[in-house]
Design a protein around this ligand. Structure first.
Ligand code: 2AM
Length: 198
């Protein structure tokens, strides 16, 4: 199956994103917009995995989740990959601080690499993909997209767990099915230290 690890979004955040892009969607540029129910943060794309690899992923992700405390992310603004002049991926971003999500993603990557999965060769840039271009866009369309989202807040994404998803590519678009949740349980070190220090 085709699989990835990611974080789902609260309904309020999905709705805020959908309403912020409604106007620009109405311009009918050649963009495949992500269905609001599919909006998510990808932490690690696994690609095709066997049932045995699925078991290995579950086992190693349980260990990763037990070492990271829950945190939250503030969704705000947007951008495009690779750049505003030639947008291919249209995304909503997050405000700093991003240390905790980076730490989580790094720990996942280390564990997956130990389990034989190839490392991602691009730097991790946490984002929510809202659309993918499917043809030539009108001039300055990318800049307009970025301006439309600039300074707009879409709400808080509490990250108390992450999820293993199956992603099926169907004619009507990708269908993501959550298979397993990994609850962030932290190391517990902070509480222990606080208890010990007077
Ligand atoms: P992104 O668009 O959020 O960056 C499910 O398909 C998710 O996996 C997508 O949302 C996409 O993340 C990511 N993904 C799909 N194909 C990928 C690839 N070849 N390499 C890395 N990530 C990929």
């Amino acid at each position: 199956m085709r699989a990835f690890l990611g974080v789902g979004l609260p309904a309020g955040v999905r709705e805020a994103i959908a309403s912020a892009i409604a106007q620009i969607r109405g311009l009918h540029a050649p963009v495949a917009w992500t269905a609001p129910k599919n909006l998510h943060i990808t932490l690690n794309f696994l690609g095709e995995i066997s049932p045995e690899q699925g078991t290995l992923v579950e086992r190693s992700m349980r260990v990763v989740a037990s070492g990271i405390d829950p945190f939250s992310l503030a969704a705000e603004g947007g951008g495009t990959f690779p750049g505003a002049r030639n947008p291919r991926i249209l995304w909503v971003g997050f405000l700093e601080p991003l240390e905790l999500v980076r730490q989580l993603q790094q720990n996942m990557e280390n564990a997956l690499s130990g389990a034989g999965f190839p490392r991602e060769n691009r730097p991790f840039h946490p984002h929510i993909t809202v659309g993918r271009t499917r043809g030539a866009l009108p001039p300055a369309w990318g800049e307009r997209f970025v301006q439309t989202l600039s300074g707009k807040s879409f709400g808080i994404v509490p990250v108390s767990s992450f999820t293993l998803y199956e992603s099926r590519l169907e004619p009507g678009g990708a269908v993501h099915t959550p298979l397993c949740d990994f609850r962030l349980e932290g190391s517990g070190k902070r509480e222990t230290r606080e208890e010990k220090e007077p």
